[in-house]
Each structure stands twice: as structure tokens, then as C-alpha cells.
Design a protein around this ligand. Structure first.
Ligand SMILES: Cc1ncc(COP(=O)(O)O)c(C=O)c1O
Length: 418
């Protein structure tokens, strides 16, 4: 019943019909939604899957013997299988449902980090990381008297691979970097990073928050030990995330939370734990949203990830050219490989003011530090205006943004001069 094409270029008009929220006016203007790195909008099929579950077969999963419980369990586990193939994991037991990337990283830091990092060890992250991929490692380092080591960037906002090589040592226990940066859009060479880290015996975690909806992900090809995703940044519901973990490592890791589902047997004397992945899924999960997430992945696969990437690349180039030449604008982050994230600052105008004035014209962007304060400190700025693209965005929307930016620059500068 869906009529989405898998040929490139994608038919954005048809795709936009799938997203009810896009068809509205905000402050008297057509909504232009450019805040996709924060969260993407949801297609009808995702919303439908949520209401279908609550209308037709709401039940708790796994231990129920009645028909509704069986149906819900089947739908829930189908999503796990879809995730497995979506990221090309070898085993379905390697897919753990969590709340989002934040929880996935906290799980690995708490379970793996506290169990296997020792005094004097080092954990390497990069200057590009989101706070979610900084704070949990700081805690591990504090608790275990280990050291947090940060890979510097080059001038265009890419990880400096030569410096990374020099930072790696036999003390390196974990390397945790993002696949794509939410602030600059930089796509990191995660396969190479993984190979280099493995040559020193370190395990590798990839924060895939900004990759899930935009890049093809193949965890076997990357070779990483952990990979994290947030469904809500992939056209799926909030409250669902994925932790992929290599089976041989996850088997050795202690549970993250205790409770129902994660146990095999409980006595007051001792508790034994369930098999993977359930050992890491204590309590009733977010059943409806997990089930609906499957529809989001099917939506992406149906369009084709190469086609999505091509569409967003073209749009990013278009936006970069048009915005980059505006007076007083500086683009921040010029990596050679980027996802559809365009960060910029405008001389003499606070990013927050730009965001507010764009909102008055129906254009949603994000302003500020984007949960990457150490990156902003390194750049020597308080924040940026961030335009982040998705498959439903169009050149006409970029034109509307450029038009508004021109007005804002003109207006504020004339006021500034006066
Ligand atoms: C690169 C990156 N990592 C981690 C996160 C955290 O994701 P979540 O809030 O879904 O847990 C985000 C969210 O913006 C992100 O962009």
C-alpha cells in the first residue's frame, strides 16, 4: 500500500505525503523542519503500528501463553531480527533493546567499563563527541582511576588519524567515537579506527546516533565491538535504542540492571542470569515503540540507504553553497565526508537570536552547543546554528531558509550600524 520508490533521485513529494506533521503552518508560514539531527519526524506507518498495537494486541511479552501475548512477542522479536539485518549483525542475540544511544553507552560503560577497565588503563574518545559519549567514560575513569584520552581534530573538523595512532598504546582498553558528528556532520573512518584500536587489543564502541538514518551500517564490515542507535533519529519512535554487542564480549559482561526478564533463576541465596540478549533487558520494555521501530527501518530500506545518502548529499552541497556565500556567515566544519549537517555562525548575531527569528518564519533549526561543549570550546565559540537534513527536505526549503537568513542579516546589521 506504500508507493515509495527505490529509484534515485527520490520523489520527495511522495515521501512528504508519508509525514503528516510536515503539512502545517507555524507562525503563519509553511513549516520547514531542519532539526532532524535532534529527532526526525515519523511516517504514517510508524504511527499506525503504534496505534495498531494498543488497539489490537496490547499485552506483555515473552512469558504470556495467551494469544495477545504471543502476537506482541512475535512482533517485538521481529523488530530485533530486522535490526540484525539492518546493521548486518551476525547473531540476533547481539541486539539489545535500550532507551536510546545514551542508555546504550551507559550500559557498556557501566557493565564492560567497570568490569574490565583497571587502574592506569586508558579510554580514548574524540574531540567530536556528544556528551553521551563523554560523561559515562569520565565516570568509569573516575571510579577505576583510569585516564580519558581525547583525539584532536584537524582544521576542517576531522579526527586526526596520525595523532590517534600516537595516542593508542597497550594501556588503551576502550575506543569510543561517533560514526557521524551531530554538530559538524563529519563522518569518521570507523573501520580504520576499529582496526587500529584492535591492533592494540582495545574494544571499540561506535555511537551511531547520526548515522542510523543516513549511512549504510555494516557492523561486521566495520568490525566494531559495540554499535549504538536511537530509533527516534531514524524516523522511529522515541524511547527505543539499540545496543549491538559482539556476542563473545557480551557473554562475559555482567548485567546492567537487575529485575524481571534478565534472570534464569532467583533464590535469596543467589541469582543466575538469562541468555543474551535478555540478560541486558531487565523489566518490561518499550513494547509498542520497539514494534513500530520496525516500520521505520523498513521505510529506510524501501527508499534505499544509498538513495537517501545521495539525496541528502546533494541538498547539503546546495545549502552549503548558498549559505556559505552569505555576508558575515562562517560555516563550521568542512570535513570531506559529511552527513547532512550544516553548522554556521553569523558575525555579531547570537545563534539563539537567529533560531528565534527563523522560527518566526516557520523554520525549525537548532542553536547552541548541541551537547558538544568540549567541541565548542575547542572551536572557540559558544554555539552554532545547525541545519540538519532528512530525506523529506527539499531545495525549496533551503531557498526559504536562505531568503530568511538574508533578511535577518540585513535587518540586524542595519540595527547594529545604527
Ligand atoms: C552523536 C550523538 N550521540 C548521542 C546522542 C544521544 O542520543 P539519545 O538522546 O537518543 O540517547 C545524540 C543525540 O543528539 C547524538 O547526536
Amino acid at each position: 500500500m506504500h508507493h515509495l520508490t527505490t529509484i534515485s533521485p527520490l520523489d520527495t513529494a511522495l515521501i512528504r505525503k508519508e509525514f503528516p506533521v510536515l503539512h502545517q503552518e507555524v507562525n503563519g508560514h509553511k513549516l520547514v523542519y531542519f532539526d532532524n539531527a535532534a529527532t526526525t519526524q515519523k511516517p504514517k506507518r510508524v504511527i499506525q503500528a503504534l496505534t495498531d498495537y494498543y488497539n489490537d494486541y496490547n499485552a506483555n511479552i515473552h512469558r504470556g501463553i495467551h494469544s495477545l501475548a504471543e502476537k506482541a512477542t512475535h512482533a517485538f522479536e521481529q523488530t530485533r531480527d530486522t535490526v540484525r539485518s539492518f546493521i548486518n549483525a551476525q547473531h540476533v542475540e547481539e541486539i539489545v533493546f535500550v532507551k536510546g544511544v545514551t542508555e546504550a553507552i551507559n550500559l557498556v560503560a557501566t557493565s564492560y567499563g567497570l568490569a574490565f577497565v583497571e587502574k592506569g588503563d586508558e579510554i580514548i574518545i574524540s574531540q567530536l563527541e556528544h556528551h553521551s559519549n563523554i560523561v559515562p567514560w569520565q565516570w568509569v575513569c573516575d571510579k577505576k582511576k583510569a585516564k580519558l584520552v581525547v583525539i584532536p581534530l584537524n582544521d576542517v573538523g576531522e579526527i586526526d588519524m596520525n595523532k590517534f595512532k600516537k595516542l593508542l598504546s597497550d594501556r588503551t582498553k576502550i575506543v569510543a567515537v561517533n560514526h557521524a558528528s551531530n554538530s559538524l556532520g563529519t563522518v569518521n573512518p570507523v573501520k580504520e579506527i576499529t582496526q587500529m584500536a584492535h591492533s592494540k587489543g582495545a574494544v571499540v564502541l561506535i555511537d551511531g546516533a547520526q548515522a542510523g538514518a543516513h549511512l549504510t551500517i555494516d557492523v561486521q564490515d566495520i568490525g566494531c565491538d559495540f554499535y549504538c542507535l536511537s530509533a527516534h533519529k531514524m524516523y522511529g519512535p522515541t524511547g527505543v535504542g539499540i545496543l549491538y554487542g559482539r556476542k563473545s564480549i557480551m557473554k562475559k559482561m555482567p548485567p546492567y540492571q537487575g529485575g524481571g526478564e534478565m534472570i534464569r533463576e532467583v533464590t535469596f541465596k543467589e541469582t543466575t542470569y538469562n541468555d543474551l540478549p535478555y540478560k541486558f533487558e531487565a523489566g518490561t520494555p518499550n513494547i509498542a515503540d520497539v514494534i513500530a521501530f520496525r516500520q521505520a527501518m523498513e521505510f529506510i530500506s524501501e527508499l534505499g540507504r544509498e538513495n537517501i545518502a545521495a539525496h541528502e548529499r546533494k541538498l547539503l552541497l546546495y545549502a552549503s553553497r548558498k549559505i556559505g556565500v552569505l555576508p558575515l556567515v562562517t560555516l563550521i566544519g568542512r570535513a570531506s565526508e559529511k552527513v547532512g549537517v550544516l553548522s554556521f555562525v553569523i558575525e555579531n548575531i547570537h545563534p539563539f537570536d537567529i533560531g528565534q527569528m527563523l522560527d518566526a518564519r516557520g523554520i525549525a533549526v537548532r542553536t547552541g552547543h548541541h551537547c558538544t561543549q568540549p567541541l565548542m570550546a575547542w572551536l572557540g565559540i559558544n554555539g552554532t546554528v545547525r541545519v540538519s537534513l532528512a530525506v523529506y527536505n527539499t531545495e525549496a526549503e533551503v531557498d526559504a531558509l536562505v531568503e530568511s537568513l538574508k533578511r535577518i542579516i540585513k535587518f540586524l546589521n542595519s540595527n547594529h550600524v545604527n
